[in-house]
Write a protein that binds this ligand. Sequence first.
Ligand SMILES: NC(=O)c1ccc[n+]([C@@H]2O[C@H](COP(=O)([O-])OP(=O)(O)OC[C@H]3O[C@@H](n4cnc5c(N)ncnc54)[C@H](OP(=O)(O)O)[C@@H]3O)[C@@H](O)[C@H]2O)c1
Length: 306
Amino acid sequence: MSAAGPEREGDPLRIVVVGSGGRLGGALMRVLGERHRVVGLDRGALDLAEPDAVRREVGGRDFDALLCPAAITGVDYCEAHPEEAMRVNAEAPALLAELAAAKGARFVHYSTDYVFGGDQPGERGEADPVGPLGAYGRSKAAGEQRVLAVSPRFWVARVSWVFGPERASFLEAIVGRALAGEALSAVADKYSVPSAADDLCRMTEALLRLPEGEGGGLVHLCNGGGGCSWQEYGQAAVDAAARAGLPLRSRAVAPMRLEEIGFEAPRPRHTAMSNARFTRLTGCEPRPWREAVEEHVARYGSRWGP
Ligand SMILES: NC(=O)c1ccc[n+]([C@@H]2O[C@H](COP(=O)([O-])OP(=O)(O)OC[C@H]3O[C@@H](n4cnc5c(N)ncnc54)[C@H](OP(=O)(O)O)[C@@H]3O)[C@@H](O)[C@H]2O)c1
């Protein structure tokens, strides 16, 4: 903890969130803001493609922990703009890591299951080799390496299929289509683990609460319950909406093949991750993703209609 930081476990931390306008960034502001002093920098306040601005905006602040959920997350956009992707997703996190290190602060950088090539079924652990298929995954994998080269005590938290109230995702889209009575379909041969942004925030807090020097490195943060296909995820969301009493006009999510979508950049098929290292380190067991989906749909689903 930095010199002026909290002395006792449970004291509020001074946290800066870079990328506070995004899905996970907004959730970090809200959830960690309940117990900590959190300052957010959204893209309007700080463009990560501008290193001088990063040094000025982040280097000029005092904090105990720096969190970076900011990234260029458009997979096809990254494929078309690989240099910009490298600047924002790899070079900027490395600079943030240096600034955090200079202050003796903690740093959590968020990465992705798309660092994996995903050619084999099953759950991936942190020790499994990466093999990104496209420019997005390559830029994120480079960001992981560069952050951990600054300090192996920093955290690189890989997340997958994030949903949360701050920004709509696949989950809201498929329930919205069911409410509008459209035909429903989703890819049935691509697998990962849906994860609630709020749960990822609590997992992040558990990492920040570990004693100084305990852990660090790669850690997979995702809900429990194992991997599923996009189709299973979509069907679970629609079924949850039915149980929540939403006026659905279509119910069955038909299977599609990944090739049928016609994405520009290649996508990995099998990227479900195991959160076992997180549980070993913290003693916390993330709830199953189906439970988190159920709660999210029940709480926010009435907003997603046509
Ligand atoms: N969502 C998922 O399913 C998923 C899956 C795997 C990994 N991840 C990782 O999880 C992290 C958070 O993702 P998310 O779902 O919260 O994504 P998101 O909603 O797209 O948020 C990313 C944020 O970064 C900001 N950003 C983009 N370029 C920037 C720049 N040059 N300077 C400053 N900020 C910039 C975006 O600004 P705008 O508000 O202008 O867009 C956005 O607010 C990312 O590292 C992502 O790679 C997400």
